[in-house]
Design a protein around this ligand. Structure first.
Ligand code: SD4
Length: 341
């Protein structure tokens, strides 16, 4: 993903035109403004996910139902090795999933390090709606899911098992993260950077429904070959996702440890509250990460995506190559987020 897409030169930024053959358009300098309902989500696989969410939004449905339905598409796709079924396992061969969801009332639910369940987002929603808690982890989350009718399944596909075994040959058991890593070269790495050609990353989705209500969902298998028990930003309310129905919503993708350190999505929403545009708010959050350690930041990717209560949307990333999908009544498009580097 990182090197696959030619980014428009800076002189062209702001011109929202098609890149021939890629169906991707440059992120507008000024943020996209559009009417409700609208759904936006991370990466190329956001497009089919948005299409599913749109079935709910376009018929007057609730944003919460839309985001859950939308992210279930990549969760169930065995060919997507970064989300749900078919996700790359941790270094011990376990596929452990992280997900969270937020509704328009400030309700939130999350599951962390959940195994054997294809749709962690639906378990997260059930945590929100059926328990007095916000987060369930590991074995407890699995027990809760099974008790509520979810089926126990093997999520490790032959392809992901093969990739894991290949990685095992030279695993160093150190969480080194390098954006240039590719599964084809895993012998030199210990973790695969989300955003590489083989990793299409976490799906974070935020939506505004016809009634003007916001919700969001975020779901992932996390960093490939992570330590067993490792949890990223994606299921952490405020880090991987935050929704404030008065202001806007934000979600993130990339190296979760960096997002957690700045509680990134909450930061973006608070910046929206102060009047910043979505793109500027996302940029500010990216700068917060980069300024902490500029040298390290050159080797990692984090991207933020934001949607304001009025339908304005925007994104920003550390590195080039962060694509996001937008769908509303007028458009169904991929955008390339602008980036610091
Ligand atoms: C994590 N943010 O677990 C996620 C990774 C990601 O593709 O975006 N992955 O840190």
């Amino acid at each position: 993903m990182f090197n696959r897409r030619k980014f428009l030169g800076s002189s062209l930024l702001g011109i929202a035109g098609s890149i021939i053959g890629k169906k991707t358009i440059a992120s507008p300098i000024h943020n996209g403004v559009t009417g409700k309902p609208i759904v936006i989500s991370t990466w190329d696989f956001g497009k089919p996910a948005n299409a599913e969410a749109w079935k709910v939004l376009s018929t007057g449905g609730r944003a919460l139902d839309a985001v859950e339905a939308g992210v279930k598409i990549p969760e169930a796709d065995p060919n997507i090795q970064t989300v749900g079924y078919g996700g790359l396992p941790d270094r011990d061969g376990h596929v452990t999933l992280d997900a969270c969801i937020m509704d328009e009332n400030g309700g939130c639910g999350s599951v962390m390090c959940l195994e054997h369940i294809v749709h962690p987002i639906s378990v997260a929603r059930m945590v929100m709606e059926k328990t007095p808690h916000v987060v369930l982890v590991g074995e407890g989350a699995l027990q809760f899911a099974l008790a509520n009718g979810f089926k126990k399944e093997n999520l490790l596909t032959p392809k992901s098992e093969k990739d894991w075994k290949e990685w095992l040959k030279s695993s160093k058991y150190e969480p080194v993260i390098n954006i240039e890593n590719k599964l084809a070269n895993i012998s030199t790495s210990t973790a695969v950077m989300p955003g590489s050609e083989f990793n299409h990353d976490t799906i974070g989705m935020v939506a505004l429904d016809a009634k003007g209500n916001l919700s969001g969902a975020c779901t992932t298998s996390g960093l490939a070959f992570k330590m067993h028990g490792r949890v990223g930003d994606s299921p952490i309310i405020g880090a991987g996702l935050f929704v404030d129905n008065e202001v806007g919503a934000a979600t993130s993708t990339g190296v979760g440890e960096e997002v957690i350190r700045i509680v990134g999505s909450h930061l973006v929403v608070e910046l929206l509250r102060q009047g910043m545009s979505p793109e500027d708010a996302c940029k500010k959050a990216v700068e917060r990460i980069v300024n902490r350690n500029p040298e390290k930041a050159k080797t990692l990717q984090v991207g933020f995506l934001a949607l304001k209560k009025n339908g304005e949307f925007g994104a920003y990333a550390i590195q080039k190559g962060f694509s996001y999908a937008v769908k509303n009544g007028e458009q169904e498009k991929m955008y390339d987020a602008r980036s610091l580097f």
